[in-house]
Design a protein around this ligand. Structure first.
Ligand code: ADP
Ligand code: MG
Length: 249
C-alpha cells in the first residue's frame, strides 16, 4: 500500500531523515518508533506531502506520489492525525468533525454561502456521516458538547473520527498517545485495535515503545534520521542498537 524508498530531508545541512526505506502492506499496522528528534515527524510529513523530500520516492497504492500536494494524497486515501493536533474551540464535537468534510460534497462553498436548498441537504448528509464516525470512536453521546471541554483522550478520539470521515485507505498517526494518562492510552489502544480489525491499514508513529509493541505487526526504528531496526516489535525492542538509542536520549 505504501512504499518509501531512499527518502532524505535535511535542514541547514543536517539530515533529519536520511535514506529511509520502508513498506506498509495492506491491512498491516506498521509502527515507527524512535527517541525524540529521531526524525519521526519529518518522515511523517514527507509521506503526507507536508514537507518536500531532497531525494527519494513515496508510492501509494502503486503510484508515485512524491510530487503530489498533501490534499491530492489525501484524496487518494491518506488520512492523517498530526502530532499534538488541537480541536477547534467554540465548536461542538460534531462540528469539529464536519469541518473539512464540505470540500467533498457537490455543493461546496458557493452554495453554502448562498444557502441553496442543495446545501441544506448536503449539510444533513455531512452531519449524518459525522455522527457515524463519532459512533465508531465511541463519542456519539458527546456529539453536541463543546469539543474543548473533552478530556485529552477523547480529543484524540475526535481527531480519529475526523480522519475516518475521509474513508481512508491508510491512516497515519503521529504520536497519538503522547500526553495521555494510562487509562486514556488504554482506551486509545483499544480503538486502534478496532480500526485494525476493521481492515484499515495504519502507520503508527510513536515514541512509546510499549504502545507500538502492543498494536503493530511490524516496527521500524529510527535514530538520527536513519532506520536502525525493522521487524517484529518484540524482537526490535530487544535489539541492543535500539536499547542504546533510547538510553542515549
Ligand atoms: P521526532 O518527531 O522524531 O521527534 P523530528 O522529525 O521532529 O523528530 O525532528 C528531527 C530533527 O530534525 C530534529 O533534530 C529537529 O530539530 C529537526 N527539524 C525538524 N523539523 C525542522 C525544521 N522545520 N527546521 C529545522 N530543523 C528541523
Ligand atoms: Mg515528532
Amino acid at each position: 500500500m505504501l512504499a518509501v524508498t531512499g527518502i532524505s530531508r535535511s535542514f541547514g545541512g543536517v539530515y533529519a531523515v536520511r535514506d529511509v526505506t520502508l513498506a506498509v502492506g495492506e491491512g498491516e499496522v506498521c509502527g515507527v518508533i524512535g527517541p525524540n528528534g529521531a526524525g519521526k515527524s519529518t518522515l511523517f510529513n514527507l509521506i503526507t506531502g507536508h514537507l518536500a523530500a531532497d531525494r527519494g520516492g513515496v508510492s501509494f497504492l502503486g503510484r508515485p506520489v512524491e510530487r503530489l500536494a498533501p490534499h491530492r494524497r489525501a484524496r487518494l486515501g491518506m488520512a492523517i492525525v498530526f502530532q499534538g493536533a488541537r480541536v477547534f474551540r467554540g465548536m461542538t464535537v460534531r462540528e469539529n468533525v464536519m469541518v473539512g468534510m464540505h470540500g467533498r460534497t457537490r455543493a461546496g462553498f458557493v452554495s453554502a454561502a448562498l444557502r441553496l436548498p442543495r446545501h441544506r441537504r448536503d449539510e444533513r448528509e455531512i452531519a449524518r456521516e459525522a455522527g457515524l464516525a463519532l459512533d465508531r470512536v465511541g463519542l456519539a453521546e458527546w456529539a453536541d458538547r463543546p469539543a474543548d471541554r473533552l478530556p485529552m483522550g477523547q480529543q484524540r478520539a475526535l481527531q480519529l473520527a475526523r480522519a475516518l470521515c475521509a474513508r481512508p485507505r491508510l491512516l497515519l498517526l503521529d504520536e497519538p498517545a503522547s500526553g495521555l494518562r494510562a487509562g486514556e492510552r488504554e482506551r486509545l489502544a483499544t480503538l486502534v485495535e478496532e480500526l485494525r480489525a476493521s481492515g484499515l491499514t495504519i502507520l503508527l508513529i510513536e515514541h512509546d515503545v510499549g504502545f507500538v509493541t502492543r498494536l503493530a505487526d511490524r516496527a521500524v526504528v529510527l535514530d538520527l534520521g536513519q532506520v536502525i531496526a525493522d521487524g517484529p516489535p518484540a524482537e526490535v525492542r530487544a535489539d541492543p542498537l535500539v536499547l542504546a538509542a533510547y538510553l542515549g536520549q
